[in-house]
Design a protein around this ligand. Structure first.
Ligand SMILES: [Zn+2]
Length: 297
C-alpha cells in the first residue's frame, strides 16, 4: 500500500505542495498586511479629518462665546443706562412733585416772626375751619383754625382725652385787627408792659391759623398755671407726634415763656426739634424752609 502511495505522490510532489502552501501563505499574509496598512492609513486620515472638524467647531464655539459675552456686556451696559435714566426720571418726578407741593403751600406757615419779618396786615389763612364746641374752653365763643391742620389737632386732643388728659382750646386763629384790639386792651391795662403778654399785631403766630393757646377745665379761661397741669406735661411728651411745638419755651431768648402757646410746624420738623432738643426760633430760617413742602404730610 505504501508503495502504492509513494508511486502516486512522490517526494517531489509533496515538496512542491509544501512550497506552494508556504508561498500561498506568504502571499496571503502580504495581502493582509497591505490591506491592514491601507485600512490604517484610511483610519488615520479619517481621524485627522475629524480632528480638523473638531478644531473648526471649537474655534466657532469660541467665536460664538466671545460674541455672546460681547452681547451680554452690551446688554448689561444698556440695562445700567436704563436704570440710570429711570432713576433720573424718578428724581425729576419727585422734584416736580416737591415743587408742585411747595407752590401750593403757603410760604408764611414756617416763618419766624421777628422785628425783621412780620405778617402783612391783610394776611388771612387760605382755608379756615370752625372748631367744634367740644374742644373749646368757652363754648359760646367760636374759634377757627387752618383747615389743613384741623384733623391733626382733633386727633391730638382725642388721643389725650383717651389717655385721661382733658386739653381745651382757649384761643386759635386771630386776625390782624383782633390782635391789634387785644394788644391795645392789654396796653390800657398794663401800659407798655403789655409787650410781655401779647405780641404786636403782625408778629403774632395766631394770625397764621396754625397756633393754639391751650388750657384745661381745671384752670379755666386763664393762662397762668398751665405749665403745672397734666395737659402741659402730656403736650410736652406727645404734641410733636401731631406736628405741634412750643414756640416760646422756658429760657428762650426770643419771647416770654408761653407754656400754653403751641404752633403747628408739621410732624417731620416737630419731631426733629423734639429729638434734638431744639427751639424753633433758634433754627435758621433756611433750614426750617426745607420742611415747608411736606408740612401737611
Ligand atoms: Zn398764643
Amino acid at each position: 500500500m505504501k508503495e502504492k502511495i509513494k508511486k502516486l505522490m512522490p517526494d517531489k510532489v509533496i515538496l512542491s505542495a509544501c512550497i506552494a502552501l508556504i508561498l500561498t501563505s506568504f502571499i496571503y499574509d502580504g495581502y493582509i498586511f497591505y490591506k491592514m496598512r491601507d485600512l490604517n492609513i484610511s483610519l488615520e486620515n479619517q481621524v485627522a479629518t475629524y480632528k480638523q472638524a473638531l478644531s473648526i467647531t471649537q474655534n466657532n464655539l469660541f467665536k460664538v462665546r466671545g460674541e455672546k459675552d460681547a452681547i451680554l456686556t452690551i446688554l448689561g451696559a444698556e440695562r445700567q443706562n436704563n436704570s440710570y435714566i429711570q432713576s433720573q426720571i424718578q428724581d425729576i418726578t419727585s422734584t416736580v412733585g416737591q415743587l408742585q407741593k411747595l407752590s401750593q403751600t403757603d410760604v408764611e406757615l414756617l416763618k419766624k416772626y421777628s422785628k425783621v419779618y412780620f405778617l402783612n396786615e391783610n394776611y388771612v389763612p387760605p382755608r379756615l375751619s370752625a372748631i367744634e364746641d367740644r374742644y373749646l374752653n368757652i363754648k359760646n365763643k367760636p374759634l377757627e383754625i387752618l383747615s389743613d391742620i384741623y384733623p391733626k389737632l382733633k386727633l391730638m386732643l382725642d388721643d389725650a382725652k383717651a389717655q385721661g388728659v382733658d386739653i381745651q382750646i382757649l384761643s386759635a386763629y386771630r386776625s390782624f385787627s383782633t390782635q391789634a384790639g387785644l394788644k391795645s386792651a392789654y396796653k390800657v391795662t398794663y401800659g407798655y408792659g403789655a409787650n410781655k403778654f401779647s405780641a404786636d399785631q403782625g408778629y403774632s403766630e395766631h394770625q397764621l391759623g396754625t397756633t393754639i393757646d391751650f388750657t384745661t377745665p381745671k384752670i379755666g379761661s386763664v393762662l397762668t398755671g398751665f405749665e403745672k397741669t397734666d395737659a402741659y406735661k402730656w403736650l410736652t411728651a406727645n404734641a410733636y407726634k401731631y406736628g405741634f411745638i412750643l414756640s416760646y419755651p422756658k429760657n428762650n431768648t426770643y419771647y416770654i415763656y408761653e407754656p400754653w402757646h403751641w404752633r403747628f410746624v408739621g410732624v417731620t420738623l416737630a419731631t426733629r426739634l423734639h429729638d434734638q432738643n431744639l427751639n424753633f426760633y433758634d433754627v435758621s430760617q433756611r433750614d426750617i424752609d426745607q420742611y415747608l413742602a411736606n408740612i401737611f404730610d
